[in-house]
Write a protein that binds this ligand. Structure first.
Ligand code: ADP
Ligand code: C5P
Ligand code: MG
Length: 219
């Protein structure tokens, strides 16, 4: 009798484990848009209302740049100032580590907003190599905003951000990188029907109303 019960329970272990692993597989929304489009601002608002963890690739790179003993600090610093995209080996490891740490701390935190990634073909290939099969990309939130508005917002942010790239010289390079390298990645996801485009040129609350509608629908 008891033996039979055990046998039944053990039979179900593999399927239970499979279900638990599915539950814990990171669910990812990529957040893209030009510099200053409002990605970080909107991600903070999403986190207030939805069960997501915000990971900004730029923030992670800036933290790694500042970390004592970092082997990549100088390289990251040069790339950021020049508005270039850091080799993905560095960025993907930071993202993976941040996701793992978040989920280790709280297994229910498996929904991520990955802000500012993938920004070019190298980023995309790095994601595929390291994360494909390990995380599901649900969709891309694309904050669409004219270049002039983006530049003005970053210059305004630059008055207090202390960022080495919120100046006109770096911004021109960042816009070029965005147009040449990031837009094609957004187009690629668009072709797969995976992009939600938000008009990000409006005020914060109007933008968020659209973001909220997308997340209410998509989860
Ligand atoms: P990103 O992460 O896309 O670079 P941020 O969220 O940091 O952009 O926003 C860039 C700057 O513009 C910040 O100073 C922010 O306060 C401001 N900002 C963000 N969204 C808006 C908006 N919809 N309208 C006006 N200013 C905004
Ligand atoms: O997204 P954010 O504006 O914070 O990015 C700042 C800079 O960080 C980028 O211009 C780029 O130099 C670097 N970055 C990167 N790869 C990413 C995201 C950011 O190299 N995926
Ligand atoms: Mg940002």
């Amino acid at each position: 009798m008891i033996g039979g019960l055990f046998a039944k329970v053990f039979q179900r272990v593999p399927s239970l484990l499979y279900r638990v692993s599915l539950m814990m597989k990171p669910q990812v929304v990529f957040v893209l848009g030009g510099p200053g489009a409002g990605k970080g601002t909107q991600c903070s608002k999403i986190v207030e209302s939805f069960n997501y963890t915000h990971l900004s690739a730029g923030d992670l790179l800036r933290a790694e740049r500042a970390r004592e003993g970092s082997e990549s600090g100088q390289l990251i610093s040069n790339y950021i100032k020049e508005g270039k995209i850091v080799p993905v080996e560095i960025t993907i490891n930071l993202l993976k580590k941040a996701m793992e740490e978040t989920m280790q701390e709280d297994a229910k935190k498996f929904r991520f907003l990955i802000d500012g990634f993938p920004r070019n073909e190298d980023n995309l290939q790095g994601w595929k190599k390291v994360m494909e099969g390990k995380a599901d990309v649900k969709f891309v939130l694309f904050f669409d905003c004219g270049n002039e508005v983006c530049i003005d917002r970053c210059l305004e942010r630059g008055k207090s951000s202390g960022r080495s790239d919120d100046n006109r010289e770096s911004l021109e390079k960042r816009i070029q990188t965005y147009l040449q390298s990031t837009r094609p990645i957004i187009d690629l996801y668009e072709e797969r029907g995976k992009v939600h485009t938000i008009d990000a040129s409006r005020c914060v609350d109007e933008v968020f109303a659209d973001v909220k509608a997308v997340l209410d629908k998509e989860g």
